[in-house]
Design a protein around this ligand. Structure first.
Ligand SMILES: *Cc1c(COP(=O)(O)O)cnc(C)c1O
Ligand code: SF4
Length: 362
């Protein structure tokens, strides 16, 4: 058995074990873990420094999960945009393809909390083959995003088989894998896994760091192995109350990501998912974070801040107000709040164009 498999096997799945370790009352957490599965592997557990710290909040069940009266189970309407089970076709040229139902740690804020780690998220050889057949039959699909659950928890051979079948489809230009493995179980990024992945370029991985404390020596070395195999790495964070709803924490996270060759891609406004209401922040707080990044640090450290529109409308970017319309011109505000006037060119009128050409002597 490989190291990562042993780590996974020793995961804590009962609140009593957490309660005993940290000296808290397990009773309120037991009902939560019955409804939404808990799995904290020893590696991620070792990152917790104290009760209720940002690592704890992402991993340990909270009784507030059962008190959420606000949010629906499937706010993004994924189930109704699935032409075949476990494949979401929302955009014209790309699909989200769920190929794994389990994760190396169950995040308490997960958007697919309704099904990830639960028996009714049935991912079978048949559902995977049906997904691949759908992609083969739809020549407009040029980008396939593998997700789950966590695709990188599948066995190397299984991933190899899925990737090779996708690569055999001529219209599939790029393959992306969305995975939290580099964050929650970096030991899984083995030399053999990397050898498999690099056979299917152009292949991108978007991972999911939410807090600078997750960027450990092990996580850095996992990302290094992937980047050395030519796999461009991106990061999608979720804005979470009590975890990273602080401009300074986010800035540190984005800077440290670049230092391990992971390019910040998205910050998501938390979805309105049942059982996660206590994690949500206001949109203004998200805009404040973007305002604190843009101009104050490397442009490469500034991801797009997006809301996945409730009802399945897709991702919508949100920007602080840098731009104001003034008649046909624009007033611009820079990162320090200074204003600048930019005169729009507008459509050239025929006569003006002539005069301009004459004036230029051409
Ligand atoms: C996020 C998402 C994508 C990918 O969106 P990009 O903006 O291209 O990264 C595709 N399909 C679904 C259903 C998604 O939720
Ligand atoms: S790793 Fe991703 S899919 Fe799995 S529980 Fe966390 S957020 Fe959800």
């Amino acid at each position: 058995m490989e190291t990562w498999q042993k780590i996974l096997q020793n995961s804590v799945t009962e609140p009593t074990a957490i309660a005993a370790r940290f000296g808290i009352d397990p009773a309120p957490l037991i009902a939560v873990a019955e409804r939404y599965p808990m799995r904290i592997n020893p590696y991620y557990l070792s990152l917790i420094q104290s009760i209720n710290d940002p690592i704890w909040k992402q991993a340990v069940p909270d009784e507030l999960e059962l008190q959420d009266q606000v949010c629906p189970a499937d706010p993004l309407n994924e189930e109704n945009q699935s032409p075949v089970p476990n494949l979401v076709h929302r955009y014209p040229d790309r699909v989200l393809f769920l190929i794994s139902s389990t994760c190396a740690m169950y995040c308490r804020f997960c958007t697919r909390k309704r099904k990830v780690g639960c028996a009714d998220m049935a991912i079978t050889e048949e559902s995977i083959s049906a997904g691949i057949a759908y992609i083969r039959d739809h020549s407009e699909i040029r980008d396939v995003i593998l997700s789950g659950g966590d695709p990188l928890l599948l066995k190397d051979e299984k991933l190899d088989s899925i990737l090779s079948r996708l690569r055999a489809i001529p219209h599939v230009e790029i393959i992306r894998i969305g995975s939290r493995i580099p964050v929650v179980l970096p030991q899984r990024i083995t030399p053999n896994l990397v050898r498999v992945l690099k056979r299917y370029h152009p292949l991108y991985i978007n991972t999911h760091f939410n807090h600078p404390d997750e960027i450990t020596r092990q996580a850095a070395s996992a990302c290094n192995r992937l980047a050395n195999a030519g796999i461009p790495l991106g990061n999608q964070s979720v804005l979470l109350r009590g975890v990273n709803d602080d401009p300074q924490v986010m800035k540190r996270l984005m800077q440290r990501l670049l230092a391990i060759r992971v390019r910040p891609y998205y910050i998501y406004q938390a979805d309105q998912v049942q059982g996660t209401d206590h994690f949500r922040t206001s949109v203004e707080e998200g805009l404040e974070i973007i305002r604190a990044l843009r101009g104050f640090t490397s442009g490469m450290a500034v991801p797009s801040y997006v809301i996945d529109a409730p009802g399945g409308g897709g991702k919508i970017p949100l920007l602080p107000d840098y731009l104001q319309q003034l008649g046909s011109d624009v007033i611009l505000k820079n990162y320090l709040g200074d204003t600048y006037h930019y005169t729009n060119a507008g459509p050239a009128k025929p006569n003006e164009e002539l005069e301009w050409h004459e004036a230029m002597g051409c």
